[in-house]
Design a protein around this ligand. Structure first.
Ligand code: PMP
Length: 367
């Protein structure tokens, strides 16, 4: 028996994390495979050096310049104007989401999502002592409005988390469906007259196919919706740890209450601003990743495998009677993918053309 005052609810828990293995090809955590350009590295270094000169002082607690740069980026990327005052940021969208749940969920409140979806959500809910409820998706991994209505009306959640494109399936949430869900959520908050806060996690949205829109377009009409994004995926800056969120000022005000003071370091703010200044150079890279994704879907189909239509930088494929054996066989050939999602399926993210080829070669040998 330990003398530590363990919290009973954490008794059987273990830390979350995909395996970080030292293998030649890593296609397991949905990163952008292309490292920053020499010009960007030089700009990050300059920005960080300037911030280092003032490191004896605390950083700008409200990260105003970064908010302005994020606002300008959203305008370029999604053609939606989001005022800097309507933008929040933290160390990865993981931390953004924790702030959201600290502010709007917590003990006695419920957090709802629809499985299969991003496996961290249940852990955020656990960490704020909220109740976690996962409704079901359809067999093709889309949302079913009847199911959404019944779960929301039954649970009256403080927060509803919807991922678009969804992880691990890659499926985007169509705008018409989102509008119907928002109309339902208007009346399903914890107290009569309240709405549930609907958070659209758009971590992968920059990879969406033509014709798929961002939830940002609806932001000004729905003050109980928030859109979360990250610089970890399309931006190619997973090591930076910068996630952000767009929402009504009232939502941002609540997040400001729960954040730790000075949660975004001056170095993070400077490096993020340098990355944002180079965001125009991402367009070609994103186009290439989308193209390679679509080719990989075709190749997997030609091998007789099923895939799920993807608007992200990964593809879920299957199905296998023993998916672990397939995952292990691919790993034994130097390629790490992810054993995640519904039974029988595996997920691979898009790498460089050489990495994708190594994956396909390994897969062909294994199946
Ligand atoms: N949301 C989704 C759907 C994700 O897949 C991930 C990363 N795997 C995140 C959020 C977290 O991203 P980050 O904390 O790096 O911004």
């Amino acid at each position: 028996m330990s003398i530590l005052p363990y919290r009973p609810e954490f008794a059987n828990e273990s830390p979350y994390g995909a395996p970080q293995l030292d293998v030649p090809v890593c296609l397991n955590v949905n990163e952008n495979p292309y490292p920053p350009s020499p010009e960007l590295i030089a700009d990050i270094s300059r920005g960080v050096a300037a911030a280092a000169a003032g490191l004896n002082r605390y950083p700008d607690r409200d990260f105003m310049e970064l908010r302005e740069d994020l606002s300008a980026f959203l305008e370029r990327e999604s053609h939606v104007h989001v005022d800097p005052a309507n933008i929040w940021a933290a160390n990865g969208s993981n931390e953004v989401m924790l702030h959201v749940l600290q502010a709007f969920a917590g003990p006695g409140r419920t957090v709802v999502s629809f499985a299969p979806t991003y496996s961290m959500y249940s852990e955020y809910a656990r960490d704020v002592s909220a109740t976690w409820v996962a409704g079901a998706r359809t067999d093709s991994f889309e949302l079913d409005l009847d199911e959404v209505r019944s779960v929301l009306e039954r649970e009256r959640p403080g927060v509803v988390l919807l991922t678009s494109p969804n992880n691990p399936t890659g499926t985007a949430l169509p705008q018409e469906q989102l509008i119907e869900i928002l109309d339902i959520a208007r009346h399903t908050g914890p107290e009569p007259g309240q709405a549930s806060l609907v958070v659209i996690d758009e971590a992968y949205v920059e990879f969406r196919r033509d014709g798929v829109s961002s939830a940002l377009e609806l932001l000004s009409d729905y003050p109980y919706m928030a859109v979360s994004r990250t610089m970890s995926k399309a931006f190619g800056a997973a090591g930076l740890r910068l996630g952000y969120l767009a929402a009504a000022k009232e939502v941002i005000d609540q997040l400001t209450i729960v954040r730790l003071p000075y949660h975004l370091s001056a170095l993070t703010q400077a490096a993020a601003r340098a990355c944002l200044a180079h965001s125009d150079q991402l367009a070609d890279q994103i186009a290439k990743i989308r193209e390679d994704r679509d080719s990989l879907v075709e190749e997997l189909g030609a091998l007789g495998l099923k895939t799920v239509p993807s608007d992200s930088n990964f593809v879920m494929f299957g199905t296998f009677a023993d998916r672990h054996a397939v995952w292990q066989g691919i790993l034994d050939r130097g390629v790490l993918i992810r054993e995640v999602g519904p039974e029988g399926w595996l997920r691979v993210c898009i790498g460089t053309p050489q990495e994708n080829a190594a994956f396909v070669a390994a897969l062909k040998e294994v199946i």
